[in-house]
Design a protein around this ligand. Sequence first.
Ligand SMILES: NC(=O)c1ccc[n+]([C@@H]2O[C@H](COP(=O)([O-])OP(=O)(O)OC[C@H]3O[C@@H](n4cnc5c(N)ncnc54)[C@H](O)[C@@H]3O)[C@@H](O)[C@H]2O)c1
Length: 448
Amino acid sequence: MALQRSSRRRFLHNTLAAGGAAALTALSWSRVWGANERLRVASVGVAGKGWEDHTLIAESPYVEIVALCDVDDDAEHLGKAAEKYPQAKRYSDFRRLFEQARDFDAVIVSTPDHMHAPIALPAMKLGKHVFCQKPLTHTVFEARQMRLAADKYRLVTQMGNQIQSHQAYRTAVKLVHDGVIGRVEEVHSWQSGSMRWILADDRPAGADPIPQTLHWDDWLGVAPQRPYKKLLYHSFNWRAWQDFSNGQLGDFGCHILDPVFLALGLTAPTTVRAEAPAINREVWTKRSTVHCQFPGTERTAGKTLALTWYDGKGHLPLPEAHGLPKEQKLPQAGSVLIGEKGSLVIPHVAMPKLFPKEKFADFKIEVVPAVNHYTSWADACRGEGKTTSSFAYAGPLTETVLLGTIAIRNRGETLRWDSTRLTIPNSTAANDLLTKRYRKGWEPSWIG
Ligand SMILES: NC(=O)c1ccc[n+]([C@@H]2O[C@H](COP(=O)([O-])OP(=O)(O)OC[C@H]3O[C@@H](n4cnc5c(N)ncnc54)[C@H](O)[C@@H]3O)[C@@H](O)[C@H]2O)c1
């Protein structure tokens, strides 16, 4: 989709409207499952996090991994998964997999972020249930499309923010719901650890030979063509680059902000503003502070709620901001919710802590048991129970995270977000970043 700048705003508006109307005539793909019938799952992106995803989903006795798709045929990627599931059909191009749509019921998408929506959306069009890694998508527009598609085709969806189902996050959410810290006045969230990927300042010159096992053009997919460089992109290190990822906020935001969203019932921010060093068009910032303003909810003290995000090595909220004792060491990543009756620290990932310590010395935190984030999706696909991070929930969470990354690229500007119209009405430059150009021949087919 090569959108001209001038037509981009109208395109977003029209497509949003089309998606909304189409939802009214949604088809239902649900059916009655036999008691021992197994969900036939195709896994796309089978190494890295994908390995954990298909392994944990396949722990359900009602799941069969029937197809594997990966752009790297070597022993560490497709080869390893093929050894684990020798009966599964193998593909390097998801479009060939989708030509055999009768062979499977559901899809796991665990590729780099820029390929989530281009793979998940056609899967949903084919009526396939989807488990998709976090962040749900690479752009805000894609996140909205994912939510609309899941709704239109009435599919079972789950984002891979598995910590949501961990007892620590579930316990934190319950403490807020139980009113233990009262209504919440302010939130600070952070990821102060170092980025674990190869950091870069600009695109390197030259090219390296493409490994024989790697389908580099398929790896690039919708992203603009660029020369292959050893280690810099595939595997894992694509996180440094704007064409494939959304940096540290994109990587961790959907985890760390998740219990905050759930606890407070947040939806769309009204404004977003970032402080960050200047960056070029290639890479992501190594440090940022992002200020979001949300409409208040029944669990917030005011009519609005201020949430501040911090990332970068050693970048944490200061005691003046978080209000805890100066000597209190904060976890490397997490959130503090400042409430009318106390504060709650939610480490990523450990049990939550209440402050002031003296006030809550005798308070016994009731631990909420974990649920299985993976097999609960498979169960829900077979008509048993529901998922907790469906695209109806994960879409708006991802939109918020990605709006933060738009603010980082328009640092210092207070961006107004009109979620209903899917526009940033006060900045053309920021508004243009709600979507992106897709490589010729790889234009996704949006719903609608
Ligand atoms: N939930 C979590 O805790 C968590 C942790 C790590 C990664 N992730 C997410 O998982 C996803 C994958 O991250 P990763 O670290 O495993 O990346 P990775 O680069 O290590 O692995 C990606 C895998 O997908 C394959 N692949 C790439 N493009 C493909 C395509 N177009 N079609 C099929 N296969 C393709 C690669 O060959 C590789 O096997 C990302 O979205 C990331 O954000 C989530």
